[in-house]
Every structure is written in structure tokens, then in C-alpha cells.
Design a protein around this ligand. Structure first.
Ligand SMILES: C[S@@+](CC[C@H](N)C(=O)[O-])C[C@H]1O[C@@H](n2cnc3c(N)ncnc32)[C@H](O)[C@@H]1O
Length: 257
């Protein structure tokens, strides 16, 4: 089924994004370790965080590779506006750009990161080709994305059937990502599922979901959102109050030959 992509440029999702999708210290440590083990290059000098949004991952990348300048690029002005605070911390620059047409010379970057962006790309193969163009030889793409397979681990979307249907229609299957990569001339270096703490407690999960900071939740009717949130709250009340809630995402590490 084809669906119109969620438009971050016209939505006000940026106002709730960081509060609804904050990474707690344990989750940050998981992603820093995963990035470091994927990119064994202590001398990395430049990284592109493509589709950087509010910069949630941009400064984490900077913390991981402290010798690198990290460039955050995103087409949505509202999201970039929220990222200005991150850029003011140093070592991070921001630019308005979209994946399919990047304002960089061939072979500029040793590493490009795409976090939670892939399923928003209208033309993923064209975007990956463009990313391959700006990668140095043997440069890497670190793709962090939900897939049809990983969405089964979602602790919240069963409460919002229309949001789940949107995910099912927009998320790629693992095999699709691999086929797009192969069509774009990049090779698979590694692929894995990464489990991390989404919320420290059941109540924190409810508070985060209440911000409606997931694009799928922005697209469903108010009444369904309200009913789903109440059902999620009731289900969370039945859990031990200090039980952490986990989610899984997929990582694909791709190399430009
Ligand atoms: C779910 S947010 C992820 C933001 C950030 N990377 C993170 O992990 O928090 C998706 C981002 O992808 C951006 N995006 C959508 N289409 C894009 C495109 N064609 N090229 C680059 N970024 C795009 C959106 O503007 C949005 O900021």
C-alpha cells in the first residue's frame, strides 16, 4: 500500500519531539557503544547526521567521535530550529538539506548516519545513491531504523491500531533495505537488532507517548489517540512501577566500496 509520507516541514511535532523521545543515559550508552563498535576509526574527522531533526542524535555522535565535526542536515526548518541548542554546544553545525540532493562534493564524508529517517524517505534508493556519492572510498553509512520485523517489539503501538497500520505501510522490511542498498552500490558490512530502554518506568512510557512525538501518532484521529492512551495507561498500571520498558531497532552498517 502506498501512503503519503509524513511532512515534518508543516507539522508542529518539533515542539514535542525531544520531550517525547528523549534518550535516557542507559540508552545513550547503548547507542554510543554500538556506533563505536560499528565504526572503528578513532581518527574520524567529519560526520554527516542526515535527517538530524532536533539534533537528538547529533550530539550523541559528537560525544562518540570527539575528534570529529558533526554536520546535522535536515529539510524541516522547525526541527532544525530545535537543534540550534545542540549546535551551540560546539563541534556541531547545521544545514538545511535533503537526502536526495546534498550540497556536498563527491567523497567528502568518512561516515554518514541516518537515525529514524529511512522510512520517511520518498525515494530511498535515490537517497542512498546520493549518500554513496558524498562518501569517501570505504566510507560507512550507519542506518538506524525501525523495520517491519523490529516493529513487533514495540511496547505501545498495539494500543493505536491506525498508527500500527501506518507503520506497517511505511516501514521497510529488512530485505527491502538490503535490496535498496545493493541497488545503490553500497555493500552490507553488518546488520543487527539493538535493544534499548525506551522508558525507565511504565509511567514514563505513558508520559512520553502522551506527547504524541511519533509521526504515526500525529496522523490518527484524536478519539483513537485518547482511547489508546487510556488503554496503555491501564496496561502500564498493571506492571511493576519500576520496570523498564524496552524497544528494538535495526542497525545496518553499509560500506561504499
Ligand atoms: C523521526 S525524525 C528523526 C530525527 C533524528 N535523526 C532522530 O533520530 O531523532 C525524521 C527526520 O527525517 C527528516 N527527513 C524527512 N525526509 C527527509 C529527506 N528527504 N532527507 C533528509 N531528511 C529527511 C525529517 O525532517 C525529520 O527531521
Amino acid at each position: 500500500m502506498h501512503r503519503t509520507r509524513f511532512d515534518f516541514s508543516t507539522s508542529d511535532i518539533h515542539r514535542d519531539y525531544d520531550a517525547g523521545r528523549s534518550l535516557d543515559p542507559e540508552a545513550r550508552a547503548v547507542w554510543i557503544d554500538d556506533l563505536r563498535s560499528s565504526v572503528d576509526r578513532p581518527d574520524l574527522d567529519l560526520v554527516l547526521d542526515l535527517g538530524c531533526g532536533t539534533g537528538r542524535f547529533t550530539f550523541l555522535i559528537r560525544e562518540t567521535f570527539s575528534s570529529a565535526v558533526v554536520l546535522g542536515a535536515d529539510p524541516a526548518q522547525g526541527m532544525l530550529g530545535e537543534a540550534r541548542g545542540v549546535a551551540s554546544r560546539g563541534g556541531v553545525r547545521l544545514i538545511r538539506a535533503e537526502a536526495e540532493s546534498l550540497p556536498f562534493a563527491d567523497r567528502t564524508f568518512p561516515l554518514v548516519v541516518l537515525s529514524m529517517v529511512y522510512h520517511h524517505l520518498p525515494r530511498p534508493t535515490a537517497a542512498l545513491r546520493e549518500v554513496a556519492r558524498i562518501l569517501r572510498l570505504a566510507g560507512l553509512i550507519y542506518l538506524r531504523t525501525p523495520t517491519l520485523e523490529s516493529m513487533r517489539s514495540s511496547p505501545w503501538d498495539a494500543f493505536f491500531p491506525s498508527a500500527r497500520a501506518i507503520s506497517a505501510a511505511t516501514l521497510p522490511a529488512r530485505a527491502q533495505v538490503l535490496s535498496h542498498a545493493s541497488d545503490s552500490g553500497v555493500t552490507l558490512e553488518a546488520q543487527r537488532s539493538v535493544r534499548f530502554v525506551l522508558a525507565r518506568t511504565p509511567q514514563e512510557l505513558v508520559d512520553k507517548i502522551a506527547r504524541r512525538a511519533m509521526s504515526s501518532l500525529r496522523q490518527i484521529p484524536e478519539s483513537e489517540f485518547g482511547a489508546g492512551l487510556s488503554a496503555l495507561q491501564a496496561s502500564c498500571r498493571a506492571l511493576p512501577p519500576s520496570e523498564p520498558i524496552f524497544e528494538e531497532l535495526e542497525v545496518f552498517v553499509l560500506r561504499r566500496p
